[in-house]
Design a binder for this molecule. Structure first.
Ligand code: IPM
Ligand code: MG
Length: 358
């Protein structure tokens, strides 16, 4: 049976990095005769300009039928003043919600060769390898009620941070299972000293620990975790957190690794359908200059092959090729420590060459 892949380049460098990932994907399809059916469509500001909406029904319907979505990035100053519903970010939020992509896996790892590109001291980040498991379809991002009330004095606004037991259990399960396969440690992060929703989160996660005797569970307060990630990141193996705290912590973790241009992510639902995106955004300041780092997007393709497309071997081939790429000294601008660097459009053919040579 054929697998369906939807590519949504989006805005800014999203277009450049998805084009590199597509080059790698096209190579794999022809080299290994994969039965993949690939479609490409607009989202975000680019879609708004053409269709008046950041996510058309057409794209949403095709996304729902796809096994994997390779999502570039959305947003840019051009669209900053649009109404809420027209903003490019809505494409992401609607896809997450409509496809039920509750489990967001955000690895943060360091290639030791790139340690000098990180703002943190080498000895602190050496061998960094963390997985952040972020809840992605609940919490304060989607909680009701929510509103800006401007016709009262003084005007006010509010959101609702809410989690039910099932939502906490299903994301914690993903995190416990991941910890079992990795270093056996799970740290659950919230603000149980202040928020009822966090106190509840902590008790639900604690109760689950008995089903995972091989996993060492700890709890941390989110502000402390932000600090610990910078002071001593190697204490962490897997971190599980809510939508909002996971958003913040994953940006900190990404920075440790030298360049956010290296890190992929996966957002999965319970039937292994997934959306795969680089951790970086659309970077309008460098868009169109052929200097973006497409590795995060290519590594996201590897995650798609692993989690949604049933091609673990090919996922390993890409991951190994990325490792060799770095070891051989290839550097895009963001990770280069000299004036020399290779262009975005040169990366895919180097990765393909490495895969071909085994
Ligand atoms: C992310 C981003 C998004 C989020 C924005 C663009 C809506 O920051 O994926 O981390 O907050 O989830
Ligand atoms: Mg974010």
């Amino acid at each position: 049976m054929s697998k369906k892949i939807l590519i949504t380049p989006g805005d800014g460098i999203g277009k450049e990095v998805t084009s590199s990932a597509k080059e790698v994907l096209d190579f794999l399809i022809s080299e290994y005769q994969l039965n993949f059916d690939v479609t490409q469509m607009d989202v975000g500001g680019t879609s708004y300009n053409k269709n008046g909406s950041p996510l058309t029904d057409d794209v949403l319907n095709i996304a729902k039928e796809s096994d994997a979505i390779l999502f570039g990035a959305v947003g840019g100053p051009e669209w900053d003043d649009l109404d809420w519903d027209s903003r490019p970010e809505q494409a992401l939020l609607i896809l997450r919600k409509e496809l039920g992509l509750f489990a967001n896996l955000r690895p943060a790892f360091l290639f030791n060769e790139l340690a000098s590109a990180s703002p943190i001291k080498n000895e602190i980040i050496k061998d960094l390898d963390i997985l952040i498991v972020r809840e992605l379809t609940g919490g304060i991002y989607f909680g009701e009620p929510r509103a800006i009330v401007s016709d009262e004095t003084p005007p006010y606004a509010f959101n609702t941070m809410i989690y039910n037991e099932d939502e906490i259990k299903r994301i914690a399960k993903v995190a416990f299972e991941s910890a079992k396969k990795r270093g056996g440690k799970l740290c659950s992060v919230e603000k149980a000293n202040v928020l009822e929703v966090s106190k509840f989160w902590r008790s639900v996660v604690s109760d689950m620990a008995k089903d995972y005797p091989e996993v060492e569970l700890s709890h941390q307060l989110a502000d402390n975790t932000a600090m610990q990630l910078v002071l001593n990141p190697n204490q962490f193996d897997v971190i599980v957190s809510s939508n909002l705290f996971g958003d913040i912590l994953s940006d900190i973790a990404a920075t440790l690794s030298g360049s956010i241009g290296m890190l992929p992510s996966a957002s999965l639902n319970s039937s292994s359908q997934g959306m795969y995106e680089p951790c970086h955004g659309s970077a309008p300041d460098i868009a169109g200059q052929d200097i973006a780092n497409p590795i995060a997007m290519i590594a996201s393709l590897a995650m798609a092959l692993r989690h949604s497309l049933d091609q673990q071997d090919l996922a390993d081939k890409i991951d190994n090729a990325i490792k060799s790429f770095i070891q051989q000294g290839h550097r895009t601008k963001d990770i280069s420590t000299t004036a020399d660097y290779i262009k975005t459009s040169e990366v895919a053919s180097i990765i393909i060459g490495i895969i071909k040579n085994g």
